[in-house]
Write a protein that binds this ligand. Sequence first.
Ligand code: ATP
Ligand code: MG
Length: 395
Amino acid sequence: MERVILIKYGELTTKKGNRNYFVIQLYKSILNKLAGFNVKIFKDLSRMYIEFDEKDLDDILNRVNKIFGIHEYLVAYKVKTDNEVIKENVLEIVKKEKFETFKVDTKRSYKEFPINSQDYSRQIGGLILKNIENIKVDVHNPELMVNIEIRKDYTYIYTNYYYGLGGYPNNTLGKGMLMLSGGIDSPVAAYLAIKRGVHIEALYFEAIPHTSINARNKVIELCKKLSVYTSSIKLHIVPFTEIQEAIYKTADEDYIITIMRRMMYRITERMAKRRKCLAIVNGESIGQVASQTLTSMKVINNVTNYPVIRPVACLDKLEIMEIARKIETYDISILPYEDCCTVFVPKHPVINPRLDLCEEMEIRFNYQELIDKALKNIKTITISEQDKSEFEDLL
Ligand code: ATP
Ligand code: MG
């Protein structure tokens, strides 16, 4: 008996006018993620069907469960739409299962099939009862659901299904410039933005020699983990040392972080424009540190008019950590390499910074010139799941 993977779209179906576009994007992302497998993929407006080699099933399902835009997926037996053939196969399938109660559910989208859904469920239920001992029907809480979907040429029979990741297919809602540090929060923010169909490019500020090449490798590894959920990720590495040293020399100590973050935002906005991103995405979480009080966020945000998406803004650290573990970024994030934010940390960072004071301190050095220079010297690499981690030639 031939089996196929059946993919059901979830939230996509609410996008009436755009549905076809979303379906095509999902199709492309499935094609992309299953490249290398011998598969054939067919789509219609409500389903996709994947024909596969039985030996690859586990590996394929392992990929399918990491693709955004899939609401449910399942492995179905595919048989000819013919009453006798369906009956024979249903029995064979059900005999393989262990259960005491069951229910049959038929969906007949091929209306020329001569028996309606309800009657057919009843007929098949009767057939199962007649052929298997010690079982009964339970319509409310059955142990085994026998699903039969009757379509024009083929009928799909399945007993089990899995929830997909939900969300929107990759790249359906524009591009965002992600501020990616080596910490726990920003990879989780990235994952949640990708889930909403936002394609991500990442920006990492590094301050060599104050930060090490290990810190950069960590960010590269994080991109690899994130690329599992999207296609490849472009990582822009910004040389931030000069700016950071200038801030350190000129700003009042308690304002160092606030000003540093304003500089980061300025650079991120410039890169977002250059790369045609519609938003900035970062891992800020309200109240987590001094620079993430609402007052701080307002003063820092003041340097840009770009929308700033903060997917983890309202999550607790424990909630963020739980997602980080699920997407396997946690173990990388906790590696103890210094980030540029931690190297220059003042003893008492200001919790309620004043905008006028920031502006006054910033003109103590020619930050525009340093920002232009940093932007000119950005190095970009494209990272995907399979890449090796050596990018040392960038040094
Ligand atoms: P942690 O999980 O330890 O809090 P973090 O990455 O969230 O790490 P924060 O100091 O809280 O670090 O920074 C807030 C946000 O600012 C980050 O989530 C990230 O989006 C951005 N950010 C911080 N440092 C950098 C950096 N070196 N490069 C790019 N973005 C950064
Ligand atoms: Mg944080």
